[in-house]
Write a protein that binds this ligand. Structure first.
Ligand code: ZN
Length: 444
């Protein structure tokens, strides 16, 4: 028995023998509170309307009161973590007539809370929800517009994630943000994406939460397990040269937002196996929009996380009863246990990405007319090793992986380049991984 100890110690100290999961992630899941989310959604609903053009002076009604409350909540969280959050308004003045929904000059004001990373303060992973709400007429800024699910649920989830994650320290920065002007034309996201560009933020991606509380679909399907991850295939900012290269080297379904979607899918499957994440291969719902899009437009990775079964009678509706149907986005329709689950999905992905090293900047692939695929990549600060992923060309997920240690090139014996897609991720000391990088160079 005694002789076993040195062997055990040797085994435990090998990085490869470490558990594939980080117990801190389970603690994060368990710390998310449905009750606090319910309280926050209720508070937001009680501002009467949060329409972007609504009252900003009242202390009890309108978007001004709502954003001041959100800011004070972030400040309260910060005061309980040694001022770990930097809280501020980021705003842009939108002139009357900018589009048909801007019927007055209006300041679109986002509430931003930044938890600075200890090692990579200029690298950011973002979680967003929306402050604003609307009824049937998008220019009606006075009627009651509770927006309980759309999108007090996403906003409350974002505040709750800040509460939970502020108890931890991360190597990269985490941003929790309430965006405004969504219903008027995605103005808040556009404003913050421009601000990020000006400041030179290195953005890992944005997890945009828009409607994370409804479990009863208009089609009658009820599920508190299913949720959707929307991601566009390739960035709209790609060059003509990149577009042409895709014909020969692939990458049609491997843009940066899609890799972020796969990351969220995998983390959820690993740590919350009761959930059923659905990767949807499109920017957003058919012909509809969300606040991740302005980030995509700016060249950043961004996805939309939301319920799987929507109820259209409870979105963007005047509160009324018509033909026996109760219309309106009211508090009673929000399932807080489900909102808690989707908040946890966000929190564990924010944590995992903020604990992980940066992704390799360049990944080169070779092995044309050879029996083996070859990969080489640029090393990153903070990685203990690298993992090569590959998958059948028809598979949506990275089904095969090989951890190859702290090297910058590897030959996959017997794996023919033509038959798979490949990528490389950096692995940190607690096993947290960067998103997978699809090869961006070819070598012979
Ligand atoms: Zn909406």
């Amino acid at each position: 028995m005694k002789k076993l100890y040195p062997l055990l110690i040797a085994l435990l100290s090998m990085p490869l023998m470490k558990a594939q999961t980080d117990l801190k992630i389970y603690d994060i899941i368990n710390s998310v509170s449905a009750e606090r989310i319910e309280n926050d959604v209720t508070t937001l609903v009680n501002f009467g309307t949060r329409h972007t053009l609504s009252d900003t002076v009242s202390q009890t009604r309108g978007i001004g009161a709502a954003r001041r409350w959100i800011k004070s909540e972030f400040e309260k969280i910060s005061s309980e973590c040694n001022d770990c959050l930097e809280v501020f308004y980021q705003k842009n003045l939108i002139p009357k007539g900018d589009n048909a929904r801007i019927v007055n000059d209006v300041w679109v004001v986002n509430v931003v809370a930044i938890q600075k990373g200890t090692k990579f303060p200029n690298r950011y992973i973002i979680m967003s929800g929306d402050i604003d709400s609307r009824v049937s007429d998008p220019t009606n800024y006075t009627s009651d517009s509770p927006g309980a699910n759309d999108n007090a649920s996403g906003m409350a989830g974002t505040i709750e994630a800040a509460r939970v994650l502020s108890k931890y320290q991360f190597e990269s920065s985490v941003i929790y943000v309430g965006l405004s002007g969504e219903e008027q034309g995605l103005y808040g996201g556009k404003g913050l994406a421009e601000y990020a560009k000006e400041k030179g933020w290195d953005i890992i991606g944005i997890l945009n939460n828009d409607m994370i509380g409804n479990i009863t679909g208009v089609d009658g399907v009820v599920s508190n397990r299913d949720f959707r991850i929307f991601s566009e295939p390739v960035p709209p900012t790609e060059t003509e040269q990149e577009r042409r290269a895709r014909r020969f080297y692939g990458g049609e379904v491997d843009g940066i937002s899609r890799q972020l979607a796969r990351y969220v899918y995998k983390t959820t499957k690993t740590y919350m196996p009761e959930m059923n994440p659905m990767m949807i291969y499109r920017l957003d719902r058919f012909g509809r929009g969300g606040h991740h899009r302005p980030f995509n437009d700016a060249g950043f990775a961004g996805i939309r996380i939301m319920e799987a079964h929507e109820n259209y009678t409870q979105q963007h509706q005047d509160i009324r009863v018509e033909d026996g149907i109760a219309y309106g986005d009211v508090l009673e329709h929000v399932n807080f246990g489900y909102a808690k689950k989707l908040t946890a999905v966000n929190a564990i992905n924010l944590a995992s990405l903020a604990w992980a090293p940066p992704a390799p900047e360049t990944v080169e692939i070779g092995g044309i007319v050879e029996p083996n695929a070859k990969l080489r990549w640029s090393k990153v600060d903070g990685a203990v090793g690298y993992k090569i992923y590959w998958r059948d060309t028809t598979s949506p997920t990275w089904d095969h992986a090989r951890y190859v240690g702290d090297v910058n090139e590897f030959v996959l014996e017997g794996i023919v380049l033509d038959n798979y897609f490949f990528g490389v991720a950096a692995v940190g000391k607690d096993g947290h991984e960067s998103p997978v990088v699809f090869p961006n160079k070819v070598f012979r």
